[in-house]
Unconditional design. Sequence first.
Length: 198
Amino acid sequence: MDVTIVAVSKQRTSEEIAEAFRAGQRDFGESYAQEAVRKIDALRDLDVTWHFIGALQANKTRLVAEKFQWVHTVDRDKIAARLNEQRPHFAPPLDVLIQVNQAREAQKRGAAVEDVPALARAILALPRLRLRGLMTIPPADSDPEPWFRALAALQARLRGEGLALDTLSMGMSADFEKAIAAGSNCVRIGTAIFGSRA
C-alpha cells in the first residue's frame, strides 16, 4: 500500500517548505488559509500538492477552493456547497475528505459518525468536488488504534455501499505507525519532518 506523507507546514516559512521540496517532499498541509496563500503564491513555481487540513470557516472557503488541491476537513453540507460553487471552472475537481468527529468532542470540528453517509452522498452530487475518503483526529488522551480501526471500518462499509473512496487520512507524528497498521494511506506529519517549533 502506498502512503502519502503530508508535511504539515503551518507556521513554517516558505524557505523551510522549499528545502523539504528539494529533499523530495511533494505534499504539504496548511491549517490557516491566509497564511497558506502567501506561501502558495511564493512557491508557485514548485510542483507542490497543497492540502488544507485546518478547521474550515465559511468565510475562508473561496481561498481554499481557489488555491488548494485537497481539503481534509469537510464536515457539513454548507461547506461542501461553498467549495463547489467557488472552485474555479478551469481547475480540476477539488479532492475532499470528510472529517469525522468520532468521539463527539465539543472542541473539534467534524461530522458525527451517523451523519457521514448522508454527507458523503451530498458531496457526490457536487460536480466541482471529488469525494476521496475520510479523515479523523482521535481524542488526545486515548489509544488511537481503536479509533483508526473504526474509521477504516466505516470507510469499508461505505465502499460496500458503492462509494468509490480510496483515501483514509489518519495519523500524525506521534501515532502514524498505528494509523498505517489500521489502514491509513495518508498521514499528516509535522514535527517528525520539520522538528519542534521554536
